[in-house]
Design a protein around this ligand. Structure first.
Ligand code: XMP
Length: 318
């Protein structure tokens, strides 16, 4: 029978044998798969694993610094690369969802290629690919590896894609990856994190992206997610997030009518992201969250809750 401990022992031995003392590069996304792959490889080859964690400026509030610290605390050899400005500059003025995705994919490849050149004499590219990624063309979770695959354009491979590929989680399902992670001693909160799309908040800001809109959505999202945790609802939800809508709606402030932003909250139950049901969150929670958002986030005067199921309504709004 399959056990996580036995899998770890066997895989660590295989990785040692296969990689020897060659250097490996791995893109960390903050998600479960890349994190477990990294810890597993680190156990096998130690400092020869060079992890790269890119801030695309579209992560959750404080996510880059918090997760980077967490990775460092786990002993990983990780380099945090803040490329926010590069991503946001290239996205400026763009409102087409697919163009936004392609731009983020392209800039990620450029940044990752630059960074991988700094690791001298690297021979391997490690990826947190799991079994469902192998059998489905579109991954529900989509870490950097999926970003690379789905956004790569013709015109010559970037150098890091010419490296030998190692994918230690390739035969595992998500729940097995979590069990392997637990057996490796990875923090429960990290293993239980909701999926988060590679393009991040870019596909939750409908229309064009500005640093101001990112900052507003980060605040709203943080209030919503922190609230779910506080109310013990986080683990009952498969994925949750907030959308910044491209409409202003009227509000009253004293004698004045204001026109400010509207946000939509979305929380879904799902097993693989292919179908999803909206979650029946308690009214008291929604009431408190809505008040908190409107009171604490300048520029937002209206909160709505998305009660649409997939299909047809996708989890993300873009
Ligand atoms: P949808 O919106 O298609 O989302 O119902 C299903 C799952 O996929 C995630 N998602 C993405 N992940 N790149 C990603 O890495 C993307 O472009 C992307 N679009 C959606 C979404 O967050 C959900 O988990």
């Amino acid at each position: 029978t399959w056990t996580p401990d036995a899998f770890v022992d066997k895989t660590v031995a295989e990785l040692k044998e296969k990689i020897g003392d060659e250097k490996v590069i791995l893109g960390l996304s903050g998600g479960v798969d890349s994190s477990v792959a990294a810890v597993l490889l680190h156990k096998a080859i130690g400092k020869n694993l060079h992890c790269i964690f890119v801030n695309n400026g579209l992560l959750r509030k404080n996510e880059f610094t918090d997760v980077l610290k967490q990775y460092e605390g786990m002993g990983l050899n990780v380099k945090g690369v803040d490329a926010s400005a590069r991503f946001l500059d290239d996205l400026a003025g763009e409102s087409d969802p697919e163009t936004k995705r392609k731009t983020i994919g392209r800039v990620f490849i450029e940044v990752f290629d630059d960074e991988s050149h700094l690791v001298e004499n690297a021979k391997w590219l490690a990826q947190g690919t799991i079994y469902p990624d192998v059998i489905e063309s579109v991954s529900a979770t989509g870490g950097p590896s999926q970003t690379i695959k789905s956004h790569h354009n013709v015109g010559g491979l970037p150098d890091f894609m010419k490296l030998k590929v190692v994918e230690p989680l390739k035969m595992l399902f998500k729940d097995e990856v979590r069990r392997v992670g637990a057996s490796l001693g990875i923090d429960k909160a990290l293993l239980g994190r909701h999926p988060f799309p590679g393009p991040g908040l870019a596909i939750r800001i409908l229309g064009d992206i500005t640093p101001e809109k990112v900052a507003i959505l980060q605040e709203v999202d943080a209030i919503f997610i922190d609230g779910l945790k506080k109310w013990d609802l986080y683990d009952k939800v498969w994925q949750a997030g907030a959308m910044l809508l491209p409409v202003n709606s009227v509000g009253v402030m004293g004698d004045e009518r204001t026109y400010e932003k509207c946000v939509a909250l979305r929380a879904v139950e799902s097993t693989d992201g292919m179908t999803a049901d909206w979650v029946n969150l308690p009214y008291e929670f929604l009431q408190k969250t809505s008040n908190d958002i409107i009171n604490k986030v300048p520029g937002v005067n209206r909160v709505v809750y998305d009660i649409s199921s997939k299909p047809p309504a996708t989890i993300e709004w873009e």
